[in-house]
Design a binder for this molecule. Structure first.
Ligand SMILES: [Zn+2]
Ligand SMILES: [Zn+2]
Length: 254
């Protein structure tokens, strides 16, 4: 899948770059991005499994391996009785509402140190999509996943939505001049999310939704000025580390 995304975005950026320049593999912090791309999904998986076990034990009193398998095999309760595509819809919308608000929380004074890692890419490319501090993931997408699975949504939704989420997050970070026209309110696209990565005075601190920009419209944070294109990404802090190890410890030194 990584090779497929690399090929697709290399070709698309060749024709429709939002910010023309050197190709993604020649960006200075490419090693940092690759470390996140291949290492972070492993951490995320174990964090999620750990929280699912703890959640089932505390909320439902399930402590045996067989009990856990039965509990999570196909979801539970009324939500699991719905057709899988309905559960997918509920999962996508529920996840996006939770992530919208946790994302805004991470832009607050206390939490920014963890989220700054995600904003530290100065050349924003599809490969920057996985750049998240583990604390950010733990209190963001992992918690959102666990909340929805504990509510009864079947883990089978991940079979379809897992690859979609990876491809879509690579897409919104891709260096593409695509506003998606009238569909810009329907699904997050590259120009929509690239604005989120600009400095506050350039239009940043807007466009918090991961998937559905309608949330930004509803909560007054939608920003896509006509005829303008985002540029100038990264964090204001000049001493921000660019290495993977440096970024992992950086929030704890603040
Ligand atoms: Zn952000
Ligand atoms: Zn981003």
């Amino acid at each position: 899948m990584s090779l497929g995304l690399a090929a697709v975005f290399t070709i698309l950026t060749w024709f429709w770059a939002c910010n023309p320049g050197r190709p993604w593999w020649r960006k200075p912090d490419i090693v940092t991005d690759l470390c996140y791309w291949f290492f972070i999904p492993v951490i995320t998986r174990y964090l999620r499994i750990g929280m699912l076990i703890v959640g089932a034990a505390f909320l439902f009193g399930i402590t045996t391996a067989d009990g856990l398998v039965a509990f999570y095999d196909n979801g539970h309760g009324p939500l699991a009785a719905l057709p899988l595509f309905v559960q997918m819809g509920i999962f996508l919308v529920g996840e996006d509402i939770i992530l919208y608000w946790t994302h805004r929380l991470f832009h607050g004074k206390r939490m920014w140190r963890y989220h700054a890692v995600h904003h530290s890419s100065e050349e924003l490319e599809w490969i920057s999509a996985a750049r998240f501090h583990p604390i950010n993931l733990f209190l963001g997408s992992v918690t959102a996943d666990v909340v929805l699975l504990l509510m009864g949504i079947s883990p089978n939704v991940f079979i379809v939505l897992g690859p979609f989420t990876i491809a879509h997050s690579a897409f919104v970070h891709a260096n593409l001049d695509w506003t998606l026209g009238p569909f810009k309110y329907v699904i997050a696209g590259p120009v929509f999310h690239r604005w989120h990565h600009t400095a506050a005075d350039r239009g940043g601190e807007k466009n918090f939704a991961a998937t559905f920009p309608i949330l930004d419209v509803l909560f007054g944070t939608f920003y896509m000025p006509a005829g303008e294109r985002p540029d100038g990404y990264g964090v204001a802090e000049s001493e921000f580390p660019s290495s993977f190890q440096g970024q992992l410890v950086h929030p704890f030194t603040q």
